[in-house]
Design a protein around this ligand. Structure first.
Ligand code: AMP
Ligand code: MG
Length: 467
């Protein structure tokens, strides 16, 4: 296989990463290939050595494998030393769309940043990331992508023995808020400046310095989190090391889409306090931007002025987010030019949905039909709400809503069912689910089951980082 690498991160100062080869695995077998993404990158996934390459057994010419250093706030606590503990960047490729992307193997073996971890991933999280990241892309949400996935033929040990797997992840870059924090905390101004210049050139060419970079990252991240909210998506682990500077959704560990709506929806088994619950996401995102701002301060000539300016910039996060949120939810209701009364319409609907446990995705798709009130226990309350809503709808509300409200999202019980089958060696449910979630606005024949909320027996309320 030939991959036309063009590596820029590997040319940055040496303290920013460690050259690191993947650790070979016993018997790699490819079970998922993203042919469309591969075409953009001019990669032939059907090449005979594809499984060997995407398992890390063969290093293609031009690759410069490395593990990136980063730090981060995990659940609010500072951790000065994280880094790619089980991910290895093979290199970068400039696609036919002229976008530079990282190609990274996740689960490819230990690195100097692994701490006590084994550097591996098991099949479940690999399948979850593949399904959910590709669904997000199909839903128009900026995200890392999945290029390929292999089983390794080796076991990994978590609570039990599980099949090992490696996902090849593609991102505009894997640079995080935590990457900036790593160098700011070490007062390594040279690396911090090199990183900033690299990020501006790569992701924000219009930014003329750290202040403009901060503004631009805030704007992208606010839009991103608003998109999550509009889909009922709970990221689950919004640590600063999981915040992409390019504004992509990254780290699909404990994420899930909410079925029965609750503002407190939370799936991560390790988030005892509910720090990353659905409704907390915007405030946490603003807090993450405050950490990013803090990490840029050492670059500024006048510290006091920078603190003032950057504080003001961080305070703009919620207004930008709120405006994006209103546009997104207004479209979901078929409303153009939304005003403050429409914001109240949305929050009132969400309050009713929360009180009655209405299914998030099914309620919004049903609002385009007469079945919406069936989602509610208190139908009178819904009727009253609908009487306020109807006069606000645009003439082409039905068409707007059909485009704004997906019918198929990767429901947690379906993801879990696909994982269970995959662990047993049957990837047909994974393939069927992947095909459905990557066409989220249409329900082709045989796909009705993917629109259906879980029964009480099927509900999956916990996801595990499972790392
Ligand atoms: P995450 O919770 O996935 O964002 O991971 C947090 C940190 O733990 C990152 O630095 C990961 O690289 C590291 N990590 C997670 N799982 C493993 C593992 N199995 N082996 C080594 N490092 C890991
Ligand atoms: Mg992570």
């Amino acid at each position: 296989m030939k991959i036309d690498f063009d590596n820029s991160y590997a040319a940055l100062p040496a303290q920013m990463f460690t050259p690191q080869l993947p650790t070979p695995v016993a018997n790699p077998v490819i079970f998922a290939r993203n042919v469309a993404l591969a075409a953009t990158l001019d990669i032939d996934l059907n090449a005979p050595d594809a499984a060997q390459i995407f398992a890390g057994n063969h290093i293609p010419d031009g690759a410069a494998p490395l593990a990136q250093a980063y730090a981060g706030h995990q659940f609010g606590s500072w951790n000065p030393q994280l880094g790619d503990g089980r991910a290895i960047l093979l290199g970068e490729v400039i696609g036919s769309d002229n976008i530079r992307r990282d190609i990274q193997l996740k689960g490819a073996g230990p690195t100097p940043y692994s701490r006590s971890g084994d550097g591996r991933a098991w099949l479940g999280p690999v399948m979850r990331e593949y399904l959910v990241s590709e669904a997000m892309h199909a839903l128009g949400v900026p995200t890392t992508r999945a290029l390929a996935a292999v089983t390794t033929g080796e076991d990994v040990y978590r609570e039990t023995k599980l099949p090992g797997a490696i996902i090849t992840r593609v991102a505009q870059s894997h640079i995080r808020v935590g990457t900036f924090q790593f160098f700011a905390a070490r007062k390594d101004i040279d690396a911090l400046r090199a990183l900033t210049d690299h990020v501006i050139a790569r992701h924000y060419p219009d930014a003329d310095g750290p202040a403009a970079l901060l503004d631009a990252v805030i704007a992208r991240y606010a839009q991103l989190v608003a998109r999550w909210m509009g889909l009922g998506f709970v990221h689950g682990v919004m640590n600063t090391d999981n915040v992409s500077i390019a504004g992509e959704t990254i780290d699909y560990g404990p994420c899930a889409f909410v079925d029965a709506f609750s503002h407190a929806a939370l799936f991560s088994a390790i988030d005892q306090q509910g720090r990353y619950a659905y409704a907390n996401q915007p405030q946490i995102a603003a807090w993450n931007m405050a950490q990013f701002a803090t990490s840029l301060i050492p670059l500024m000539p006048d510290r006091d002025k920078a603190v003032q300016d950057f504080t003001a910039a961080v305070h703009r996060f919620i207004p930008i987010y709120s405006a994006a949120w209103l546009q997104i939810f207004a479209a979901k209701l078929g409303i153009t030019d939304p005003g403050p009364e429409d914001a109240a319409l949305v929050t009132d609907l969400l309050a009713l949905m929360d009180r009655d446990g209405a299914d998030f995705t099914a309620t919004f798709t049903a609002l385009g039909s007469d079945q919406a009130r069936d989602q509610f226990l208190d139908r009178e309350a819904f009727d009253k709400w609908a009487a306020r809503w109807k006069p606000r709808q645009a003439a082409d509300a039905q068409a707007m809503m059909a485009q704004a409200n997906p019918q198929i999202i990767p429901r947690n019980h379906q993801v879990e069912a696909a994982i269970q089958a995959g662990v047993a060696g049957d990837f047909a449910p994974f393939e069927a689910l992947l095909a459905a979630v990557t066409q989220p606005y249409t329900v082709d024949e045989g796909r009705e089951k993917f629109t259906r909320p879980p029964t009480s027996d099927e509900r999956v309320t916990r996801t595990f980082c499972g790392t």
